[in-house]
Write a protein that binds this ligand. Structure first.
Ligand SMILES: [Zn+2]
Length: 291
């Protein structure tokens, strides 16, 4: 099952530029990569051919340079080297791709800059023994890389209508680490506010998003009538997904719309060790960006 760690991350609401909002999505501002970063990548396991296929799918599905007008990009050397992650800390790598089975199996990714705190930061169970065929290969890579760009699940948007999940069915028919793990990947994000600011960036609900799960009708109490039921998997980032990345990462003069970042000083007062680790990572990356 596709899953990701979703924690109580402080985010920021989106202001509409000129009242005009075309892109749609949900994103974690604190977790967003600083401007001008060129993302690096490393792997734990997998043949060179598999690594190359994954790296190519990322770049094919998310044209970062074009979407962000160069504000966020792939590091060409790293995406050509396809290096081993090496030592556990891997300070030189942003995205660390693994193929774990068992307790940490499944398809998942940490969110944005938090990727730098984990090895692996993104997992594709079984790809190293029997990778799925298209369109599933590209779909899974595009979805997990969306998380690495700080995108959250669209079906968890604060704007999502009631999904009527059939939790018993979903828990029984898919593999989850725990009920909490399932709920962390399905339930509406808590739309809480910190210091007068929304903690999540979000727009109106977009059922075409690559960040939206597909489940068969039995997974919903209301079957096909559930407001979160979609006819089939979304295999590629939607136009709204791509525009949303532009709004979030591109310079304002090119249609970018950053919103107000919740201040790191404010957030640093929240007593949550994992949150503080992310804040430290973000601060380090911001310092690096100034050099
Ligand atoms: Zn996901």
């Amino acid at each position: 099952m596709i899953r990701t760690e979703v924690m109580d991350q402080p985010l920021e609401t989106i202001r509409k530029p000129n009242g005009d909002l075309i892109g749609r999505g949900v994103i974690a501002n604190l977790y967003k990569w600083p401007s001008h970063r060129k993302l690096t990548i490393c792997f734990i396991g997998g043949t060179r051919s598999l690594r190359s296929k994954i790296a190519a799918a990322m770049q094919r599905q998310w044209h970062l340079h074009q979407l962000t007008r160069g504000n966020l990009d792939y590091n060409a050397a790293s995406f050509s080297d396809l290096a081993d992650c090496g030592a556990a800390a891997s300070p030189n790598y942003d995205i660390r791709v693994g193929f774990l089975h068992g307790a940490y199996g499944g398809y998942w990714s940490y969110i944005g800059v938090d990727s730098r705190n984990h090895v692996p930061s993104m997992n594709f169970e079984g790809f190293d023994s029997n990778a799925p065929a298209e369109p599933d290969f590209d779909r899974l890579v595009a979805h997990e890389f969306g998380h690495a760009l700080s995108l959250e699940h669209e079906h968890q948007s604060p704007m999502v209508p009631p999904c009527d999940w059939n939790y018993d069915y979903i828990y029984t028919h898919y593999s989850w680490q725990s009920p909490a793990d399932m709920h962390a990947n399905l339930d509406k994000l808590k739309n809480y506010v910190y210091n007068g600011k929304y903690l999540y960036s979000f727009t109106t609900y977009n059922k075409k998003s690559i960040m939206h799960y597909y489940f068969e009708p039995l997974a919903f109490v209301k079957g096909r009538n559930s407001k979160c039921y979609i006819l089939q998997n979304n295999n590629v980032p939607s136009e709204e997904d791509k525009t949303f990345i532009t709004q979030q990462y591109a310079p304002a003069t090119f249609g970018g719309f950053r919103g107000l970042d919740t201040s790191l000083e404010d957030l640093s007062r929240i007593p949550n060790a994992r949150l503080q680790q992310v804040i430290a990572t973000k601060r380090q990356l911001l310092r690096d960006a100034e050099r």
